[in-house]
Design a protein around this ligand. Structure first.
Ligand SMILES: NC(=O)c1ccc[n+]([C@@H]2O[C@H](COP(=O)([O-])OP(=O)(O)OC[C@H]3O[C@@H](n4cnc5c(N)ncnc54)[C@H](O)[C@@H]3O)[C@@H](O)[C@H]2O)c1
Length: 248
């Protein structure tokens, strides 16, 4: 028996990286997946491969999300971006963009999905936070602040949703092998004053006890369990997958 059969799952940022791995894993468990991504072509391609559907959407356009009604049994708030710079050089526009995409859009999507979930008495909200939802790193003011905010939003959703069969949880990976990490190697090298070839060892893996990147499929496996029938008593919590980083 597939654990997610009959479930409709909306995955933001589902066309690449962690989101795509989650979409594949959910579809393998029988879910109907909706790939929500600003890269509409990539979303279409993955959706047709998985027998799901694509939702080409730029989640920075939050005004359009205010009147949305979202049909979903499972909502994965995953779309995210990164910018590495010291606070005194951090562009205010970029700081706002990160908060819009990674905190305001999840709020609006949860708000749009809850009425249907409440009506059906079932819902799973899964928020892709980060070890940076629980710990800070220098030069990531916007990302760390947005992820800490997402942790709070997730807990409030858990409290409000409990009586309606809706759970809400965060997943908190360390560095995962995706384009988002590759894209920040140049920024990290510049900000830390080291060659790009040393960023992995000297910046990204210093805190983790296990010295490798997390695989997207490992994150997807946890998300699939959280979405499934055995996680009904799991809510308002944060599941760390950081190779021991936050054990320190
Ligand atoms: N990669 C990591 O090391 C890591 C670690 C911890 C947490 N996370 C979190 O996991 C999530 C996914 O990260 P990833 O590494 O898979 O990223 P990624 O860059 O590989 O993929 C992100 C996806 O989001 C989409 N996206 C970006 N902006 C969007 C927008 N405005 N509207 C709609 N879609 C948009 C992109 O098109 C892309 O498909 C993020 O929230 C990130 O913060 C990542």
């Amino acid at each position: 028996m597939s654990t997610l059969s009959g479930r409709r799952a909306v995955i933001t940022g589902g066309a690449a990286g962690i989101g795509a791995a989650i979409a594949r894993s959910f579809a393998a468990e029988g879910a109907h997946v909706v790939i929500a991504d600003r890269d509409a072509a990539a979303a279409e391609q993955l959706a047709s491969e998985l027998g799901g559907e694509a939702w080409g959407v730029d989640l920075l356009d939050v005004a359009s999300l205010e009147s949305l009604s979202l049909e979903a049994d499972i909502l994965v708030n995953n779309a995210g971006i990164q910018r590495v710079a010291p606070i005194q050089d951090y562009e205010p526009e970029m700081w706002r963009r990160i908060h819009t995409l990674m905190l305001e859009a999840p709020f609006l999507l949860i708000r749009a999905a809850l009425p249907g979930m409440y009506e059906r008495g079932f819902g799973r909200i899964i928020n892709l936070s980060s070890v940076h939802g629980l710990r800070a790193s220098a030069f990531k003011s916007a990302y760390v602040a947005a992820k800490h905010g997402l942790e709070g939003l997730s807990k409030v959703t858990a409290l409000e949703g409990a009586a309606h069969g809706v759970t809400s949880n965060c997943i908190n990976p360390g560095y995962v092998k995706t384009a988002l990490v590759e894209a920040q190697i140049a920024d990290q090298a510049k900000t830390h004053g080291i060659p790009e070839s040393e960023v992995l060892e000297k910046v990204m893996l210093t805190e983790a006890a296990i010295k490798r990147l997390v695989e997207p499929e490992e994150v997807a496996s946890l998300a699939t369990w959280l979405a499934g029938p055995h996680a009904g008593m799991v809510t308002g919590t944060s599941y760390v997958m950081d190779g021991g980083w936050s054990a320190r």
